[in-house]
Design a protein around this ligand. Structure first.
Ligand code: ADP
Ligand code: MG
Length: 145
């Protein structure tokens, strides 16, 4: 678990974490509106050598950031209410060894994500303070920033 005291620091945590990604991961981001899920994803993108102009995929459902070795698919599942709806997004077709899938708002589809999903929870502790917890993947056990 790590604490962040600014948006830039949350990006840095994402950037650091990206160093441990190889491709094939699904990353679920929890935390309410304004927690910093998109901010964290921006850091992940930078860490993966992708462009940093990451914006919320709320309307597009999924944004694609294509890098040299890896492609990041950034989903916003806010409107996805069940397994059937998830299926229609084509989510499972995006999973591959050379992609990293990052999902915001997975609360309605928890049981549908792969077992080895990396779960990141961002808790709003105060105005600029966030607590970031990484669970579900032993590679990130004891993750320190
Ligand atoms: P979400 O995608 O979870 O809705 P965003 O990343 O879009 O959240 O927005 C987070 C908001 O919180 C931004 O306005 C950002 O500037 C602000 N913020 C303040 N402190 C932090 C912090 N420590 N980490 C991340 N965002 C922060
Ligand atoms: Mg967001």
């Amino acid at each position: 678990m790590v604490h962040s005291f600014s948006p830039g620091e949350t990006e840095d945590v994402g950037r650091k974490m990206a160093e441990g990604l190889r491709g094939g991961e699904v990353i679920a981001l929890r935390g309410g509106l304004g927690a910093g899920k998109t901010t964290f994803t921006r850091g992940l993108a930078v860490g993966m050598g992708l462009p940093d102009e990451v914006s919320s995929p709320t309307f597009a459902l999924v944004n694609e950031y294509r890098g040299k070795n890896v492609t990041m698919y950034h989903f916003d599942m806010y409107r996805i209410m069940n397994a059937e709806a998830l299926e229609t997004t084509g989510f499972y077709d995006y999973m591959s060894e050379d992609s990293v899938i990052v999902c915001e708002w997975t609360e309605n589809i928890e049981g549908c994500l792969p077992k080895n999903t990396v779960n990141i929870t961002i808790e709003h502790m105060g105005e600029d303070v966030r607590e970031i917890t990484v669970e579900g993947d032993e590679r990130f056990d004891g993750f320190r920033y």
